[in-house]
Design a protein around this ligand. Sequence first.
Ligand SMILES: Nc1nc2c(ncn2[C@@H]2O[C@H](COP(=O)(O)OP(=O)(O)O)[C@@H](O)[C@H]2O)c(=O)[nH]1
Ligand SMILES: [Mg+2]
Length: 261
Amino acid sequence: LQDQGWEPLIVLLGETGVGKSACGKTILGQKEFGSEKRQTVVTTECSEAHTTVSGRSVSVVDTPGFFDTQMRPGKLMTEIARSVYLSSPGPHAFLIVFRVDRFTEQEQQIPQMIEMMFGQEVLQYSIILFTHGDQLDEPLEELIEENSRLRHLVQQCGNRYQVFNNRDENNREQVNDLLQKIDTMIEQNGGGHYSNQMFEDVLRFRQEEEDNLCVLLQQNNHTSVLIYLLSFIFINSFIYNHLSFNQFIIPFNHIIIHDNH
Ligand SMILES: Nc1nc2c(ncn2[C@@H]2O[C@H](COP(=O)(O)OP(=O)(O)O)[C@@H](O)[C@H]2O)c(=O)[nH]1
Ligand SMILES: [Mg+2]
């Protein structure tokens, strides 16, 4: 691996149980992220870990899984969105993790969910990472060729994918292959990292909203303040009830408030 001058910041995304934490552990070559062989440790918070792979510093952020039934959707979205903050100023690569031996309708929706959460450009910074490579009985290329769902999935990420066998801890070749693909992708993206314009837009919107409220408060215009707050609650509850996947809009407020302090 050549030193390209950047130190990859990687975020792991995907459903619970697909092997995100195990992948983090494989990349870092150490015991991290609480992935256990016998029992699945459910990750409920993002965590970041660093290591040096072939002389280069690599950081990995692990996240809770999508469709995690043990966590409230709002809390879950907040935690996943926090991954972007943890890997400040922004990740170079999102690894969207799937089990190679389990791919249904539900899994197909995940890239769209990720787009909704992080904005359109996110898939430009994404690589599909398949786990359970030990369960493969034919080359992955052939499997993708035969399966139109899989084909569509990898196409959405510019045909970037890698397979891991997380049971084979000594297999550093799979890690080097992945880092190579990440390097190529970073290069194609002009060496830049993903930065969430949407987050910044939400921040600005929130600030304007607070400014408006301050003006109303200063004017001692209590009726307007009340109407303003009620409309805000109404809009948020509308979003909450009707656009189920936009539930992350509300938790974003918490992040922003939190981040301002
Ligand atoms: N056989 C096999 N099992 C794996 C592989 N990757 C992960 N697992 C297992 O899958 C289960 C869930 O893994 P975990 O990393 O906790 O998933 P997470 O919820 O996505 O973080 C654990 O029992 C892992 O040992 C793999 O490549 N092959
Ligand atoms: Mg985990």
